[in-house]
Design a protein around this ligand. Structure first.
Ligand SMILES: Cc1ncc(COP(=O)(O)O)c(C=O)c1O
Length: 299
């Protein structure tokens, strides 16, 4: 079945192809410039891709494991570098879910999985986050929706759009719920690193063997234009299935994107960039709150 457009993408198409007076839709930190990386790049580096790994640059894959705090549980071979966390979600979904399967996801949430489930003929079941409950994910409700037919649970942590964070205990409980029926569990953590008041939550790939972490330099580091992001999963067949599907679309990686992403994820650079992104986003939130407070029609 054909993949249909969703409301958010229609909005993005409309706003990027016109000249809006103001745009409040940016979802990422201020982007660095190419010049910020030049000192760490080698002008002699070949742009040839031959004889490289289909999983992605090994040193970048190791940085991905390190930034996720998975060094004791996962190896660089559990990482696949992808063209966006969006591609990582896509590859995992397409290789795991068949028509007639049930997929459980959250609302409000990231629309990608619902759109793909409709196109595949899978049944989507939505667990509702309630504003009155501070947007917490109701785990008892989630448990009720999971059945023997559930093939996949898809969540975002921190949640897009509410920012609500799942705790370590929540993640263990969700993994248990998935494990009871053998379901796969994708936790998309593209916003990891932007937590304002709490520590970053652990990555699901370290908690659950059928757990798939998808992540990105797009948001907290503002590097969405690199299209150099990842999935992490300890199940070797899952990662290989993703490589097999990707061979039929983007095939291989962007070699320039990989070296820049590796530099961006070096610990010193990463901690400085995250501290700046958090400072800037807290200031943006205060600005927005002040604006909304004086606008009678907004809350
Ligand atoms: C939850 C979520 N997942 C994935 C993406 C896509 O990220 P990427 O640029 O890494 O493909 C976004 C972008 O807004 C997002 O909000």
């Amino acid at each position: 079945m054909k993949v249909k457009i969703h409301t958010l993408f229609q909005y993005l198409l409309d706003t990027t192809e016109t000249d809006p007076e103001a745009f409040i839709g940016f979802s990422l930190a201020e982007s660095p410039k190419l010049g910020d990386f030049l000192d760490d790049l080698d002008p002699e580096m070949s742009l040839d891709w031959n004889l490289k790994s289909f999983r992605g640059l090994p040193s970048l894959r190791q940085r991905v494991i390190d930034q996720a705090g998975l060094g004791k549980i996962c190896t660089a071979d559990d990482v696949l570098i992808t063209a966006g966390a969006a591609e990582a979600n896509y590859l995992a979904f397409m290789q795991l879910v068949e028509a007639g399967d049930e997929v459980v996801t959250e609302t409000p949430g990231w629309p990608q999985i619902e759109v793909l489930a409709k196109a595949k003929g899978a049944t989507i079941k939505l667990v509702e986050r309630d504003e009155a409950a501070g947007w917490a994910l109701p785990l008892d409700e989630l448990e009720k929706l999971v059945t023997e037919k559930t093939r996949l649970i898809f969540l975002t942590n921190p949640n897009n759009p509410t920012g609500k964070l799942l705790s370590t205990e929540d993640l263990y409980r969700i993994a248990q719920i998935a494990d009871k029926v053998g379901a796969w569990l994708i936790v998309d953590e593209v916003y990891a690193g932007l937590e304002w008041t709490a520590d970053r939550a652990p990555s699901i790939a370290g908690i659950y063997e059928r757990g798939i972490t998808t992540g990105s330099v797009s948001k907290a580091l503002g590097l969405q234009g690199l299209r150099t992001d990842w999935m992490i999963c300890r199940d070797k067949n899952m990662v290989m299935d993703a490589i097999i599907l990707r061979e039929n679309s983007s095939e291989i990686m962007n070699v320039m994107g990989e070296v820049i992403a590796e530099v961006a994820l070096r610990p010193d650079r990463l901690s400085q960039a995250l501290a700046k992104a958090r400072r800037d986003s807290i200031a943006t939130l205060e600005y927005l709150d002040t604006y909304i407070a004086v606008e009678p029609i907004l809350s």
